[in-house]
Design a protein around this ligand. Structure first.
Ligand code: ZN
Length: 112
């Protein structure tokens, strides 16, 4: 799970992406069409923790989750409301579900 590297409070991926949307605006459409560029932008982006108010760079976030977020945002049409700069997907719930399915899958394979 994504956590603030300074105070340790859990972060919402939807809110993180919305911070990027607020700063990058429509440029995010290009950024989100290129996996490498998205991950680079995210790593260099200065996010602000809603709990402690401190800034930290995206490179402190789990890269595996960032990759999944990229896939989820691209997989679902209308995942982003561009007019209001909001993320429509509940990214944290989807990531949690994804982790659960992976673990289940691993268990099933291990039992065979
Ligand atoms: Zn914090």
């Amino acid at each position: 799970m994504a956590r603030c590297p300074l105070c340790g409070s859990p972060l919402d991926w939807g809110e993180l992406i919305e911070e990027m949307l607020a700063k990058r605006g429509n440029e995010m459409k290009e950024i989100l069409s290129d996996r490498g560029r998205f991950l680079n932008e995210l790593r260099e982006f200065a996010f602000k923790c809603p709990n402690c108010g401190e800034e930290f760079y995206g490179k402190n976030l789990p890269e595996k989750e960032a990759e999944k977020v990229f896939e989820l945002l691209n997989e679902f049409k209308g995942s982003i409301d561009w007019e209001s700069g909001r993320v429509r997907l509940r990214l944290n719930s989807l990531l949690a579900l994804d982790t659960m399915l992976e673990e289940w899958d691993r268990k099933m394979k291990g039992n065979r």
